[in-house]
Ligand binder design. Structure first.
Ligand SMILES: Cc1cc2nc3c(=O)[nH]c(=O)nc-3n(C[C@H](O)[C@H](O)[C@H](O)COP(=O)(O)OP(=O)(O)OC[C@H]3O[C@@H](n4cnc5c(N)ncnc54)[C@H](O)[C@@H]3O)c2cc1C
Length: 452
């Protein structure tokens, strides 16, 4: 295998169909709504630079600017009072390695989506450690918000980042790495787009691997009381779905690696839950066609780690999402606290998902220095009701110091956020250093990060 490679996106990546909102080649486009359609961006235009030099010029010139990824956030985190900027033309991939040894990392341009990157890595014999539930999102947007998959030993997607490059407010290009920039790097990776426009990210690679996933049905919550860690450690990645009714997980998705590349052992019963005999969607009423392969069929890592397939609508489509991260060792208590609200929650809920994530050191990561259990809600598109419910859920989870997912819907006060994210003041200082005039700040950051 060639050890050092450089590939232009056009040669590798199936761009058409993936980018429905952008008119390729034009420098400015109209802004629109986010993927779920629940948020109309206030930004006037979205700039679409073709080169680093053009990007630098646009950043220098702008008064207010915010990078936009694949628009999958549910709130105003990616919005701007003036213009947004999309790096959809930035799609290079460079696999890095010493001559004569396996590659250990890849530098990817900030416009790439996981669905574009992963098949390329796999073709060259490499894998990432984990993926979110969908491949449609950009690497830059996912890392900037602390996006995660599942797996008690797996950090969030940003934990694969070893260095990054960004254009800061002055137009200067700066690089930060885990090896050389210590704390500053930890502050910048989950950066919410508030420090600059990321142009390149270097990600740790591992040799490509095969996986299978099996879905079990109806796991009593009673089994979580004494076996929560064991259940979440029973696969490389484990997700429990619940409607909060009948004190049970309706589905348990277990994703295991296949060391042989061909087969995996699966038990017929899992803590009293039964192995499904047909493919299932997490939301029982939805057809399973949009989901990745199940029934233990072994396949490539990037077609098993996400729940949803690239060319299909992930999840429900017309929906809202919220998610809260609690310390894993108090996970069962936190689940019971939410369960008490089931009669308020269920009428507005498509489904909830419970996942585990390893601790990391990124200042604004919801998993900062805390092995976490994430309690996720896929809501029906009923914002008026969800807005009333969120403070009720947040209050119930307050004793667990629940931290919100930055890209989903929450109502936690700025003062409380400051208590939950101990390094928030340091992040503010870093932002002031790179962006003294607040070019990359927007009302979301002004309220949640800079107000308290
Ligand atoms: C159906 C669905 C399923 C989801 N599943 C998961 C899941 O499994 N796990 C999970 O944790 N989250 C999940 N999410 C949330 C999603 O991962 C986040 O919203 C993520 O940030 C989306 O990435 P994006 O490319 O769409 O970024 P956007 O939403 O466009 O932007 C998000 C943030 O990234 C910043 N950003 C984007 N590009 C750059 C750049 N080049 N430089 C600097 N900043 C940048 C933006 O300014 C903004 O602050 C899901 C969302 C949806 C809609």
């Amino acid at each position: 295998m060639e050890k050092r490679e450089f590939l232009k996106a056009s040669g590798v990546i199936m761009a058409s169909g993936l980018l429905p909102h952008f008119i390729s080649g034009e420098q400015q486009i109209q802004t629109g709504r986010n993927w779920a359609g629940n948020y109309q961006y206030r930004a006037q235009l979205c700039e679409v630079p073709q080169s680093l030099e053009e990007l630098q010029k646009l950043v220098r010139r702008a008064k207010k600017l915010k990078a936009l990824g694949a628009r999958h956030s549910f709130n105003a985190v990616a919005d701007s009072q003036q213009n947004q900027i999309s790096l959809e033309h930035f799609k290079q991939i460079e696999i890095l390695g010493e001559e004569g040894s396996e590659a250990t990392s890849a530098t990817v341009a900030a416009g790439l989506r996981y669905g574009q990157l992963c098949p390329y890595l796999d073709r060259h014999g490499y894998a990432l450690h984990n993926l979110a539930s969908l491949p449609h999102i950009t690497v830059a947007g996912a890392c900037a918000t602390g996006t995660h998959g599942s797996g008690s030993k797996n950090g969030n997607l940003a934990s694969a980042v070893s260095s990054l490059e960004m254009v800061v407010a002055s137009g200067e290009v700066i690089s930060l790495s885990r090896a050389h920039d210590g704390e500053r790097f930890q502050g910048a990776v989950v950066g919410l787009g508030g420090l600059g426009v990321l142009t390149k990210i270097t990600l740790a690679l591992q040799p490509s691997f095969s996986m299978g996933q099996v879905v079990y049905q109806n796991l009593s919550f009673d089994r979580l009381e004494d076996h929560l860690d064991e259940i979440f450690a029973s696969g490389y990645s484990v997700s429990l779905f619940t409607d909060w009714q009948r004190h049970r997980a309706t589905e348990i998705w277990i994703k295991r690696r296949s060391e042989s590349g061909t087969s995996i052992q699966w038990e017929d019963q899992f803590f009293g839950a039964t192995k499904a005999q047909q493919k299932l969607h997490p939301i029982a009423e939805h057809p399973a066609e949009s989901c990745t392969e199940q029934l233990g069929i072994v396949g490539p890592w990037y077609e098993r780690l996400p729940h949803f397939r690239l060319n299909f609508t992930p999840s429900s489509g017309n929906e809202l999402q919220s998610e809260f991260f609690v310390p894993r060792d108090r996970g069962y208590e936190a689940i019971l606290a939410v369960e008490k609200l089931k009669d308020q929650i269920s009428p507005h809920l498509f489904i909830s998902e419970l996942r585990t994530i390893a601790a990391d050191d990124f200042w604004l990561s919801p998993c900062y220095q805390r092995p976490s259990l994430a309690i996720h809600f896929t809501w029906k598109p009923e914002w008026r009701a969800v807005k009333q419910l969120l403070p009720v859920i947040e209050n119930s989870l307050a004793p667990f110091d629940a931290r919100p997912h930055w890209a989903k819907l929450f109502t936690i006060s700025p003062l409380r956020l400051k208590q939950l994210y101990a390094k928030l003041p340091e992040y503010r200082s870093l932002a002031n250093e790179y962006d003294a005039g607040g070019k990359f700040r927007n009302p979301f950051l002004d309220r949640n990060i800079f107000a308290s």
